[in-house]
Design a protein around this ligand. Structure first.
Ligand code: HSE
Length: 436
């Protein structure tokens, strides 16, 4: 052991920065006892060093000059908690070039610019810890990279955005519409002032990109992730889903089948008795199937000051151990190549079951026309509900189908939506968790 203390600098003193500082200061003695060396929070940089975060920061720790952290030769690990791409990218690259290890919670930065970040880290023989970038306190990065390292992973899917899950849970349990549930999420501080990334699935797609790269060794493929959010979900669909025995969840799905990889984020109907369906409110859960380990589910808090701070501290401690022992310099932590031969499937080639809600006139022959079009596109109906009876008026006609190809479904719906007896655009949702 060469060193008895590892110095840390935090850049970005927002929610996660505050949680991280709180844990490092409060648990300093325990961490030292567990590790055998001290982890010292040496400096915290933020543009706003006046705001009271409800935490006692020792004098002299705060600075508004991030360069003073980047240029401090005594700092071994820089914790980037600014979020977003700029200036986080520039600060991270500059830190790596200076030989600093990085710990980050920045999923957008890794999903979109990960190639450059990890290349620079490898060049400078330093590490990038990113446990906090996916699913907050759930140690899913460790699970994929370390615990299941002896497995071939074929399926990773789950709820990795707490805001969207809170909204869908509220819509399911209180029967409110999307707008009301979003307003509540904002009032409770779960949704950002601009919640676009959460409700449009972008945040989940960032996190899925990172997990898929780790699991399959493929390059960061954020641009190839099919991404659809929850804004078009109505209380009516939630109610029908429940009548068929399903729940609607925003799922992030990564599957490997032969040389094909599926990467998609969209609202999904899951059997109500599936363990993932029982994940409520802001909680996250991720299902992973490994060929040796079998099925596993990892559950916990995916956001917030202390849960995400907890994940940041776990990376700090891991990397600090390597700083102390010198092992970090020889460890290759990220194994991503362009040569896996794996191909990301086009969305039109995906095969799933579907839920369809037509708004169709209640008159003789309508159902047979709709089912005729579905049949001619190789789509087989599994079950059906028609609600209400209003002569010559449109009523909801709801179907569940057997597994079909997305391209066939899109083609069939185009034709069905042009029928004069069908009003408005047909609502469709993909269904997981059932074969056939
Ligand atoms: N906005 C994210 C969520 C948390 O709602 O889960 C940070 O990744």
């Amino acid at each position: 052991m060469k060193k008895k203390a590892v110095n840390i600098g935090i850049i970005g003193f927002g929610t996660v920065g505050t949680g991280t500082a709180r844990i490092l200061l409060k648990r300093r003695r325990e961490i030292e006892e567990k590790c055998g060396f001290a982890i010292v929070l040496k400096r915290i940089a933020d543009l706003d060093i006046k705001r009271d975060r409800g935490i006692n920061i020792p004098k002299g720790l705060l600075t508004s000059d991030s360069q003073s952290i980047l240029n401090d030769p005594e700092i071994d690990i820089i914790v980037e908690l600014i979020g977003g791409i700029h200036p986080a990218k520039e600060i991270t690259l500059s830190a790596l070039k200076k030989g600093k290890n990085i710990v980050t919670a920045n999923k957008a930065l890794l999903a979109e610019e990960g190639r450059q970040i990890f290349k620079e880290a490898a060049k400078n023989r330093v590490e990038v810890g990113f446990e906090a970038s996916v699913a907050g306190s759930i140690p899913i990065i460790k699970v994929i990279r370390e615990s299941l390292v002896g497995n071939r992973l074929s399926s990773i899917f789950g709820i990795i955005n707490g805001t969207a899950n809170y909204i869908l849970t509220e819509m399911t349990e209180s029967g409110v519409n999307f707008e009301t549930a979003l307003k509540e999420a904002k009032e409770l501080g779960y949704a950002e002032a601009d919640p676009t990334f959460d409700i449009e699935g972008v945040d989940s797609a960032h996190k899925l990109t990172i997990m898929a790269s780790l699991a399959f060794g493929i390059p960061f493929s954020f641009k190839k992730v099919y991404t659809e959010g929850i804004t078009r979900i109505t209380p009516l669909d939630i109610q029908f889903a429940s009548e068929f025995g399903y729940k609607i969840k925003l799922l992030a799905i990564a599957k490997q089948d032969g040389m094909d990889v599926e990467l998609r984020v969209h609202p999904t109907m899951l059997p109500a008795d599936d363990l993932i369906s029982g994940v409520s409110g802001v909680f996250n859960a991720i299902f992973v199937h490994g060929d040796a380990a079998g099925d596993g589910i990892y559950y916990g808090r995916g956001a917030g000051e202390m849960p995400t701070g907890s994940a940041v501290v776990s990376d700090i401690v891991d990397i600090a151990k390597n700083v102390v022992s010198g092992a970090g310099k020889s460890i290759q932590r990220m194994s991503i190549t362009d040569n896996t031969g794996l191909k990301i499937k086009k969305m039109e080639d995906i095969r799933t079951g579907y839920y369809l809600r037509f708004s169709a006139l209640d008159k003789p022959g309508v159902l047979s026309k709709i089912s005729g079009i579905l049949g001619s596109h190789n789509i087989s109906i599994k079950s059906m509900i028609q609600k209400g009876r209003e002569k010559e008026k449109a009523v909801p006609l709801v179907m569940m189908t057997h597994v079909a190809r997305e391209k066939d479904m899109i083609g069939a719906l185009k034709k069905i939506d042009r029928m004069s007896v069908v009003s408005g655009k047909t609502m469709y949702l993909r269904v997981e968790g059932e074969e056939g």
